[in-house]
Design a protein around this ligand. Structure first.
Ligand SMILES: Nc1nc2c(ncn2[C@@H]2O[C@H](COP(=O)(O)OP(=O)(O)OP(=O)(O)O)[C@@H](O)[C@H]2O)c(=O)[nH]1
Ligand SMILES: [Mg+2]
Ligand SMILES: [Zn+2]
Length: 319
């Protein structure tokens, strides 16, 4: 089977020194599925053999060689144009790259549950830090109590991000066309969000096929059941690729100072009017943030979250 890698986002310049060029569509322990012009190959990621090989992630462009003893393995991970990463959820203070070489991130939220603004801010920061476009996709519009309230929460923390709302239920689909329009041949979209948000359901709808497994949420608290367990890339027959990811409650941010400043540009802007350059916005005199809080111009909880995120990044750099 001859596969056109252009559909998978190939661009001139992605060349390998040796071996077969391919893009990682799925990673399991020590092995990956890689799409090449000859079809999907199962290869060893073999990071043991080559200590300096970057741990390959879904979306990476790689070169594959055939080792006489080990079989097919990744020889090289090509330089990434960008990546979506977070702080490793294990105890270690290290970065975890989730997916690479993406054009657009969908932050997916299910309207069957409340939206904590702090969680959205964290997703926004890692998405913004990737440098990809960012959109917010609200699923389960049929389950929404008050969409306008949720939109107001989003506007308060993600003013400039497009918001889409969709209903995907057997026999009733609404709002899908607008999202389909965001897909383009060769463009890669990664979906992130909580378990049960409806990421896999949305991917199935966008590719018009039941490729990804989906799972019911628990009725009592709308908790998802972590149906998707690996990150996986899917080609849409209508053009574009989608990356499904396992649901996460929240993400730790990593080395994302600039993204944090962009997401909190309202507060960054205001703090330029504080008397002291290094104002911590706590007890300093003539603090513009405190003054705005007192005048109820800004949300004190947002300020609290902003300061906490600042601290989180500072602690990482101090280590
Ligand atoms: N009523 C309604 N249910 C939906 C809609 N979209 C998704 N669901 C349901 O929500 C549940 C969770 O959907 P999934 O697509 O499995 O969610 P997910 O985000 O992939 O979850 P994880 O894989 O666990 O991260 C499933 O039972 C879906 O049928 C919708 O628009 N309306
Ligand atoms: Mg899923
Ligand atoms: Zn201040």
């Amino acid at each position: 089977m001859k596969i056109d890698l252009v559909a998978y986002g190939y661009k001139p310049g992605l060349e390998t020194q040796s071996g077969e060029l391919g893009r990682i569509v799925r990673v399991d322990r020590g092995e990956c599925d890689v799409v090449t012009s000859k079809g999907v190959l199962r290869v060893l990621s073999d990071s043991q053999r080559s200590q300096n090989l970057l741990a390959p992630v879904v979306g990476d462009w790689v070169s594959i060689i055939e080792d006489p003893d080990l079989g097919l393995l990744i020889n090289e991970v090509l330089p990434r144009s960008n990546a979506l990463s977070r702080r490793d959820p294990s105890e270690q203070i290290i970065e975890q790259v989730l997916v690479a070489n993406i054009d657009h991130v969908f932050i997916v939220h299910g309207l069957d549950r409340p939206l904590p603004p702090g969680r959205l801010e964290r997703f926004l920061i890692i998405a913004e830090d990737s440098g990809a476009e960012v959109s917010i996709v609200l699923t389960k519009a049929d389950q929404a109590e008050e969409i306008s309230e949720v939109k107001a929460i989003i506007k308060a923390v993600a003013e400039d991000k497009p918001i889409f709302a969709v209903t995907l239920r057997d026999g009733f689909i609404e709002g899908l066309d607008e999202i389909s329009k965001l897909m383009e041949a060769g463009k890669t979209i990664a979906l992130i969000g909580e378990s049960g948000a409806g990421k896999s359901t949305l991917i199935n709808a966008l590719v018009d096929d039941e490729i990804m497994a989906t799972g019911e949420v628990r009725e009592r608290d709308k908790k998802g059941r972590h149906t998707t367990v690996t990150r996986e890339m899917i080609l849409s027959p209508n053009g574009g690729v989608l990356i499904d990811t396992p649901g996460v409650r929240s993400v730790g941010i990593w080395d994302a100072q600039e993204a944090l400043e962009r997401v909190f540009k309202d507060l960054e802007h205001l703090s330029q009017q504080c008397q002291f350059n290094d104002c911590a916005h706590s007890t300093e005199p003539n603090c513009a943030i405190k003054e705005a809080e007192e005048k109820e111009i800004i949300d004190p909880y947002r300020v609290e979250r902003y300061l906490a995120l600042q601290k989180e990044l500072e602690e990482q750099t101090n280590r």
